[in-house]
Design a binder for this molecule. Structure first.
Ligand SMILES: [Fe+2]
Length: 183
């Protein structure tokens, strides 16, 4: 049976009481994404890219993120643990390390449907969807995703600047426009 949004959030919330919350959340996500049809039924079919907030509090944020085909989000940090459970398409993650005055590349991971990626508090990553279908995932964060002060970096120059979620929103809008013009 498809889990309701309340159930999804309650299960993630329950994981916070475990010894290592991020690993407990990883297990919850593993289970949830094993039923992609159930998640689609609860959260709706994706036909546009963007971030949907399922829950946002000081200790936990749960998002449904749908990456538009062709989108590429510049490097950014979260300053809290994160677990990403893919249930459709594929996210291409690139990882970075801080350097004085910038960043250096530190590998990557293509995250396909059915896989969970765990990120530590100090992770810096960029995300792209290089495929021709939406990349859809549950993103769970161990804090208030929208309020914590953190950084992002220019894709080309790696210049650090304060995280700007309005810029991210515009990036989705542009990618959605490009994608819908092709169809
Ligand atoms: Fe991220």
């Amino acid at each position: 049976m498809a889990p309701s949004v309340e159930e999804i959030v309650a299960r993630c919330h329950g994981a916070l009481a475990e010894h290592t919350p991020v690993l407990a959340v990883r297990d919850v996500l593993d289970e949830l994404i094993s039923d992609p049809e159930g998640l689609e039924q609860s959260l709706g079919t994706v036909d546009i890219g963007g971030i949907t907030t399922l829950h946002n509090a000081a200790d936990l944020t749960v998002l449904r993120v749908a990456w538009t085909p062709g989108i590429s989000l510049y490097p950014h940090e979260h300053r809290m643990w994160a677990a990403i459970g893919m249930y459709g398409g594929q996210e291409d993650n690139s990882f970075f390390r801080r350097l004085p005055g910038g960043l250096e590349a530190a590998g990557g991971r293509e995250l396909g449907a059915g896989e969970v990626l765990v990120l530590g508090d100090d992770a810096i990553h960029s995300v792209a969807n290089s495929r021709r279908d939406f990349a859809v995932a549950l993103h769970v964060y161990g804090g208030d995703f929208f309020s914590v002060e953190r950084s992002e970096w220019d894709s080309e120059t790696y210049e650090e600047r304060p995280r700007d979620l309005e810029r991210t929103r515009r990036l989705f809008e542009e990618a959605n426009d490009r994608w819908s013009n092709q169809h």
